[in-house]
Design a binder for this molecule. Structure first.
Ligand SMILES: *Cc1c(COP(=O)(O)O)cnc(C)c1O
Length: 415
């Protein structure tokens, strides 16, 4: 595929795209090219409708009754099973609650407790930092626990596996490079030395097909406000394989995780199955926005999603390299589609400023320190023409050096 392509060719690709109609269901302004759904997913009409009903009718009119009449109390479990379907988990193994950071804490503690006598947590030096910060927190509460990191203690994560390892905490897709790990193979390697695995799915849930049960995964966590479009700060999810349920203990033992929360007993008794991962009252309005988003996901063909994701990202890499390579942009993501999530990263000496110039022109991606421009491709609302237009804008910014204008160097708290 090396013939020159023009706008009409991309419009034809969009017209033939089986997922093209999803974009209409999102509240995206005309002309906006949103390449940051890997950081905050777009809002859907279905999410707004759920929010309105939950706020006006259930909270506004029915008040406290809604905990029973509107299914509020069960939302962590009902929504958990719907996310489970998207990540290859059969029912009863996934709950929605708390944040990814908190769920990593619970999962790591539970996993370490299931491997008594083992004192090592293995993770990645290049991990999203909260995973490492939480691992440090877990180690600080379990004297003698040590952390080994890929990239620091050995170049390859599997080289860190031995009989001392209790748990491996690993990202399915790296937040910065977009590199995708082989979940089944790495889980198998960890199990061979008797360790358990916690997979972080923040950049794969809703981005590509995931098969937790099929890969024999022990625990997984992920957030719902990125590719799943649950809304800013929508609660995260946690998965634990059924074979572990009976023996799982986690330290955030709040009343929502109790077997009989409304018996108001004096001591903790863990609830059945995944209930024991709950801690306290959950944000119902946020859960309801997520419910709306999941109504949409229920209809999505994940194989078609993956196919389009690879096509979009392949195309973006090809066009950026052809048209912007001379200006010093360097690919930081795997070139091979099968080894990539749904994002593409490029390095450039002016990454931060170039990204601000893009955003000002309606092409929204983000910047990750020290020098990465990150572009997320969410197949539900990004099309082929969008890729073409985004590269046109990037090429112009680089060719004219407009990014060197001082106003693009001003930094916000969130990049
Ligand atoms: C986004 C992200 C998180 C976010 O954690 P929160 O607790 O929701 O802030 C955690 N891990 C990874 C890999 C992420 O990409």
């Amino acid at each position: 595929m090396t013939a020159p392509l023009d706008a009409a060719a991309f419009d034809a690709m969009d017209a033939a795209d089986p997922l093209r109609d999803y974009r209409k269901q999102f509240a995206l302004a005309d002309g906006l090219i949103y390449l940051d759904g890997n950081s905050l997913g777009a809002a859907s009409a279905a999410a707004f409708a759920e929010l309105e009903t939950a706020a006006k009718e259930e909270w506004g009119r029915d008040l406290i009754k809604s905990w029973n009449t509107a299914g509020w109390f069960q939302l962590p479990l009902t929504l958990g099973d719907r996310i489970g379907r998207l990540v290859g988990a059969s029912a009863g193994q996934t709950v929605v609650c708390d944040t990814t950071s908190l769920n990593i804490y619970k999962a790591l503690h539970a996993a370490v407790a299931l491997r008594p006598g083992r004192k090592v947590i293995v993770s990645e030096g290049g991990s999203f930092p909260t995973d490492l910060y939480v691992a440090e927190g877990v180690a600080s509460t379990l004297p003698g626990t040590r952390i080994r990191l890929e990239g620091i203690d050995a170049p390859n994560i599997a080289d860190l596996f031995d009989d001392d390892v209790a748990v491996v905490l690993v990202n399915h897709v790296n937040y910065k490079s977009g590199e995708l790990r082989d979940m089944a193979a790495l889980t198998k390697r960890a199990h061979e030395v008797g360790a358990l695995v916690v997979w972080d799915l923040c950049h794969s849930a809703g981005a590509l097909p995931v098969d937790l049960d099929g890969a024999n995964v022990d625990f997984a966590v992920g957030c719902t406000y990125k590719y799943l479009n649950g809304g800013p700060g929508s609660p995260a999810f946690i998965y634990a394989a059924r074979r572990h349920h009976e023996n799982i203990v986690q330290p955030l033992s709040g009343w929502w995780g109790h077997a009989r929360p409304f018996a108001f007993e004096q001591s903790f008794a863990a609830g059945e199955g995944m209930v024991r991962f709950l801690c306290g009252t959950q944000p119902v309005l946020s859960l309801r926005a997520l419910k709306g988003a999941l109504d949409l996901w229920d209809t999505v063909d994940m194989a078609a999603l993956r196919e389009k994701s690879i096509a979009l990202t392949d195309l973006f890499i090809r066009l950026v390299e052809e048209r912007c390579g001379q200006y010093g942009v360097v690919l930081e993501s795997p070139r091979e589609g099968a080894r990539r999530g749904s994002q593409v990263s490029f390095a450039h000496e002016g990454s931060y400023q170039v990204m601000q110039a893009l955003i000002e022109r309606g092409v929204i991606g983000d910047f990750r320190a020290p020098a990465t421009m990150r572009f997320g491709f969410t197949p539900l609302y990004v099309g082929y023409r969008d890729v073409f237009e985004a590269v046109n804008v990037l090429e112009e910014i680089l060719r004219t050096s407009v990014w060197r204008d001082v106003r693009y160097a001003v930094r916000g708290a969130v990049t």
